[in-house]
Design a protein around this ligand. Sequence first.
Ligand SMILES: Nc1ncnc2c1ncn2[C@@H]1O[C@H](COP(=O)(O)OP(=O)(O)OP(=O)(O)O)[C@@H](O)[C@H]1O
Ligand SMILES: [Mg+2]
Length: 284
Amino acid sequence: MSEESLATDPADPDLLRLRDVTVRFGGLVALDAVSLSVPPGRVTGVIGPNGAGKTTLFNVVCGFVRPQAGELRWRGRVLSRHRPHDLARLGIARTLQGVGLFPGLTVLENVMVGADRHARAGFLADLLALPRADRDERALRERALARLESLGVAEVADRLPGELSYGVCKRVALARALVGDPDLLLLDEPAAGLSAGEIAELAELIRGLRDDLAVVLVEHHMDLVMDVCDRVLVLDFGKVIAHGTPAEVRDDPAVVAAYLGEEVRDADAEAGGTRQSASEVPGA
Ligand SMILES: Nc1ncnc2c1ncn2[C@@H]1O[C@H](COP(=O)(O)OP(=O)(O)OP(=O)(O)O)[C@@H](O)[C@H]1O
Ligand SMILES: [Mg+2]
């Protein structure tokens, strides 16, 4: 990745832009000419039935998956060869579908892992155990603690993830994503597995983030999407079927049909798992 991609193109107001991005896995088209603009200071929702391509879209942004066609721009510059380890430096952070904490690290250590954008002591300093590495480590520890505190989970800093409730682990994962002060935060189903009360707190939290960064939210909980998103993109079988304000997409017949289709598919499969309930279907 060139340093050039860290610069900003003043002519492009969007932080992130995808144009006609196509991803195929063998014969399966996971994303089909998908375009998306993510402006700063906004929450952009990406919704769609299971398998619609939402996580794949995040994987493209993060450099895990290379699209076969289309273009990705970050601050107006094309990103084509970035790798996941470039993300912190670019200012992009993500939370994983699920939790994704390291089980053998404490909460604090898990959060410190997310902060390499600001920990610059470098390999040589570490190797020689120079004072600068100590200073950086201390500063990093303080930043991580401050993040945990701002998310209301500082008291579990020394615990292991396995000892904590799912909701607390999700907060820790969020602290880890935020500790590097990203300009863009990708949230993959942050509400999954949370109680109604925890989802309400999450909504408040996401709204608060908007002052500092852009958020892209992948989520099945429609109440949360409708509540916090400024714009929503709807995917179905890898295609964009709607794009607009939450109210616009909720009333869009193509969206309603896509979710009704999923209900039928669910019924066929006698799902009984974690698929959407009727209350999570837009417009229901
Ligand atoms: N690495 C991969 N190899 C092969 N197929 C994949 C791969 N990743 C995703 N897919 C397929 O691509 C399609 C889109 O998957 P993706 O995980 O992006 O969906 P999603 O919208 O995130 O779904 P969910 O709501 O269930 O999380 C699915 O059919 C999935 O099986
Ligand atoms: Mg997914």
